[in-house]
Design a protein around this ligand. Structure first.
Ligand SMILES: C[S@@+](CC[C@H](N)C(=O)[O-])C[C@H]1O[C@@H](n2cnc3c(N)ncnc32)[C@H](O)[C@@H]1O
Length: 268
């Protein structure tokens, strides 16, 4: 166990979000003894969020252990200019990764969050941290935001995509990013919790070779014709990923074998 026991989050309950705990977090931060020093200091804000998770209620943040791998290892290694996250919640990963991107010379961090309530809290924290010059929080289902992004950012791929929203949507939304050319050769995709709690269809997809993908896409398109009208994406079968699994801990201290998958897209 590498995590400081004193900072472990409370255990996850049956209902673990959207029950008032998010609004209480903002009140906790605004009445915190360190509040005045938090202006322009993402680290102090992150420490206060962790303190709330430890003392008051579980929060579904990426947490300091997994967060450290991305902020202190992957971002300095990759030096992304433009990073996008799917699922920003209250802004924990946004502050941690946005400030790492800024430190390493990046120019833009885009956080996509479906809930207007969570996005409003995240925006307030981004502003408090003084990161609003490079971090933007966009509210709405990420598929809509991704399509709009492609219109306003007509060329170029995203350097790093962090996927941490709804497990059932990981693959379909990654495929949309591939179709929109937001994920292309050179993009690194980092996905949280893929082995535990687990997103097996995502793991299978990023490991499938192009020849199998082409065949699968053809079959999927055929069966899709007879299916419902779900907003389905088929991806770019010519993109393959070099994939590595990374062990870590949940913010509650639970060891999660292979919590993150980082995959570098290359053209077949
Ligand atoms: C696990 S939390 C994200 C935690 C955040 N990355 C962090 O570490 O602080 C998942 C978030 O994804 C959001 N979400 C779920 N489906 C979404 C979608 N289709 N588009 C955008 N956000 C979505 C949820 O509202 C929730 O806030």
């Amino acid at each position: 166990m590498t995590q400081d026991e004193k900072r472990l989050y409370k255990p996850e309950e049956a209902i673990f979000h959207n029950d008032g705990r998010e609004e209480r977090l903002l009140e906790f931060i605004r009445s915190h003894p360190d509040y005045d020093q938090m202006h322009g200091d993402p680290k102090l804000i992150l420490a206060a969020i962790d303190e709330y998770g430890h003392k008051c209620a579980f929060l579904m943040n990426v947490g300091s252990e997994k967060g450290k791998i991305v902020a202190e290892k992957l971002i300095p290694e990759l030096k992304p200019d433009f990073m996008v996250e799917l699922g920003g919640y209250l802004g924990y990963s946004t502050l941690l990764f946005g400030s790492a991107l800024k430190t390493t010379g990046g120019r833009r961090y885009l956080s996509l969050e479906a809930s207007p309530k969570f996005a409003a809290i995240s925006r307030a924290l981004v502003q408090l941290a003084g990161l609003d010059d490079i971090v933007e929080v966009r509210v709405g289902p990420c598929r809509e935001s991704l399509r709009k992004l492609r219109q306003t950012y007509p060329t170029g791929v995203v350097d790093v995509l962090f996927i941490d929203h709804a497990k059932l949507e990981y693959v379909n939304d990654l495929k949309l990013c591939e179709e929109l050319n937001l994920v292309g050769p050179g993009t690194t995709v980092i996905a949280d919790n893929v082995i535990s709690p687990g997103v097996p269809d995502y793991c299978e997809y990023v490991r499938t070779p192009t020849s199998h993908k082409i065949e699968k896409v053809q079959n999927e398109k055929l069966s899709f014709l007879n299916e419902d009208s779900r907003d389905r994406s088929f991806g770019n079968p010519y993109l393959v990923y070099e994939t590595r699994l990374i062990d870590s801990f949940q913010p509650t201290g639970e060891k999660v074998g292979f919590a993150l998958v980082s995959s570098k897209a290359i053209l077949y």
